[in-house]
Design a protein around this ligand. Structure first.
Ligand SMILES: [Zn+2]
Length: 137
C-alpha cells in the first residue's frame, strides 16, 4: 500500500479541524506528515475515525493516529477480505506438480499465499513461474 502524499495529510488535518476548529498552517501539515506520512491513507483515515471516537483523547495528536493505525489496519482487513485474485495471466496456468488449475490447487494456492505473506506482491509472478507453473514450451 502506498504511503500518504502531503495532500493526504492535509485532507486528514482538514477533517480534524472540522471537528476541533484548530488552525492548520502549512507547517502543521508538514510536521504531521513527517510523523504519520508513512501510514497508507485509508488506514490513517480509519485510525483518525477511531481516535476521534476515543473519549480519552482530548486533543488529537499525530501519535494518536499512530497508535490507532494498527487496529485500523486490522479492521480494514477484516471488512475487506482480500480476494484470492488470479495472477493476471490468461488462460489460467496449471501447476506442474499437481497439474491443476492454479486457483483450484490447494497446496499451490497455499504456496502463493505464503509467498505473499512474506514478500508481498513483489516478485510473486517470477516466483510462481519458477516454482509452480507448468513450464510452457
Ligand atoms: Zn498444485
Amino acid at each position: 500500500m502506498a504511503k500518504m502524499l502531503i495532500s493526504d495529510t492535509k485532507e486528514l488535518l482538514r477533517q480534524i479541524a472540522l471537528v476541533d476548529n484548530r488552525k492548520v498552517m502549512p507547517e502543521t501539515i508538514e510536521a504531521w506528515h513527517n510523523i504519520i506520512g508513512g501510514i497508507p491513507f485509508d488506514i490513517a483515515t480509519q485510525a483518525l475515525k477511531m481516535a476521534q471516537q476515543d473519549s480519552t483523547i482530548r486533543y488529537l495528536e499525530p501519535r494518536n493516529i499512530i497508535s490507532w493505525s494498527k487496529e485500523a489496519a486490522f479492521r480494514l482487513d477484516r471488512d475487506n477480505p482480500k480476494v484470492e485474485a488470479p495472477l493476471d495471466s490468461s488462460p489460467q496456468p496449471r501447476c506442474r506438480e499437481h497439474n491443476e488449475l492454479i486457483l483450484s490447487c490447494g497446496p499451490c494456492c497455499r504456496l502463493l499465499h505464503d509467498y505473499e505473506q512474506n514478500n508481498g506482491q513483489t516478485g510473486i509472478d517470477r516466483f510462481a513461474k519458477a516454482e509452480i507453473y507448468e513450464v510452457s514450451h
